[in-house]
Design a protein around this ligand. Structure first.
Ligand code: SF4
Length: 325
């Protein structure tokens, strides 16, 4: 049974996390695709899903974007946007070989991790990245320079460097669990007490996890709205579960199961940094709650600048960027 049947009509309150949904990096990436389409016309290729959400990807594709997995899938001489998660230098090199016009939609907070990695490598430090193997952001970050990846899901295996007490710098994927990352960093600093530890978990991840913790304290069940391949959505679900509260990650009301709501009167709802607000609104509409009560610190007020090559297009096209939800 995967319908909303019998959900409507039950007497429930919704506790709605704030902040939730789009972060500044996602807003920037989606704006970049839209402006690239205005400036260059269709098609504009996007390497990797622009953000990890099928609705957002489908919307950009309906306007003329074509999502591809690899740079080698982009026809020579085309325009390509690199996704918000960041890309390894090898992708930029391949783009040059193929004579592509590249617009880089890497979130500035991911670019900061790349820059830190290159700086510490120049300084001769050994770099450890705490992140999830295979995630697009980790592929981009590990491509920047030599580094050792610790994926805490596989166990925290702290490397022994040949130099023994090497100078060590620790970087993190931006969308990790604050709690799990702290455990990994504790293990690393036990072995390398003078390690330089950067806190790269971004403001959006931190704030959404904090709000999810608050939701789990008041709700009997938490729905996280977003995609299964979204790292930060999965972390929000884990945060709620760590409080002993049942939590489900769904794209929208079509994936709700009415049995989840048996005996439930307080439903928590949050959404990941790549989830459009329309998906959240659809779930609330399906639940049809008695009251909607906001939980958390409230909205964020952060925006990132468009790449220089698109700023003029933004002005002439009159597209209102930086605020979509
Ligand atoms: S989740 Fe954080 S790092 Fe990722 S795009 Fe959003 S602001 Fe940037």
């Amino acid at each position: 049974m995967t319908t909303t049947e019998n959900v409507e009509g039950r007497s429930m309150d919704v506790y709605l996390a704030s902040p939730r949904g789009f972060c500044a990096g996602v807003v920037l990436a989606v704006d970049i695709v839209e402006l690239a389409l205005k400036k260059y016309g269709t098609p504009v290729y996007v390497k990797h899903q622009i953000v990890h959400n099928p609705i957002v990807v489908a919307e950009t594709e309906s306007k003329g974007a074509i999502t591809v997995d690899e740079v080698t899938d982009v026809p020579e001489g085309s325009v390509v946007v690199f996704s918000a998660h960041g890309s390894p230098p090898s992708d930029h090199e391949e783009a040059k070989r193929r004579n592509l016009t590249v617009i880089d939609a890497t979130c500035p907070l991911v670019t900061r991790v790349h820059n830190e990695a290159k700086k510490y490598a120049r300084e001769g430090k050994k770099i450890i990245l705490v992140g999830h193997r295979g995630h697009q952001e980790v592929i981009g970050s590990t491509g920047q320079t030599d580094m050792t990846l610790i994926d805490e899901r596989e166990g925290i295996d702290v490397p022994e460097f040949e130099e023994g007490d090497a100078e060590v710098a620790v970087l993190t994927q931006t969308t990790l669990s604050v709690r799990d990352t702290a455990a990994a960093i504790d293990k690393i600093t036990e072995r390398y007490p003078s390690a330089l530890v950067r806190n790269d978990i971004c403001y959006a991840t931190t704030n959404r996890q904090e709000a999810a913790s608050q939701l789990a304290e008041v709700a009997e069940m938490v729905l996280v709205i977003g995609a299964q391949n979204s790292s930060n959505c999965n972390r929000l679900k884990e945060v709620a579960e760590s409080y002993g509260v049942a939590s489900y990650l769904i794209n929208g009301p079509q994936e709700m199961d009415s049995r989840w709501f048996n005996g439930i009167t307080r439903v928590g709802i949050t959404s990941g940094a790549s989830t459009p607000e329309s998906s959240v609104a659809a779930v609330i509409k399906a639940i049809d709650p008695k009251n909607v009560i906001y939980v958390g610190q409230g909205d964020e007020n952060i925006t990132f600048r468009l790449p220089a090559e698109l700023q003029a297009t933004q002005k002439t096209a009159g597209i209102h960027t930086g605020t979509r939800r």
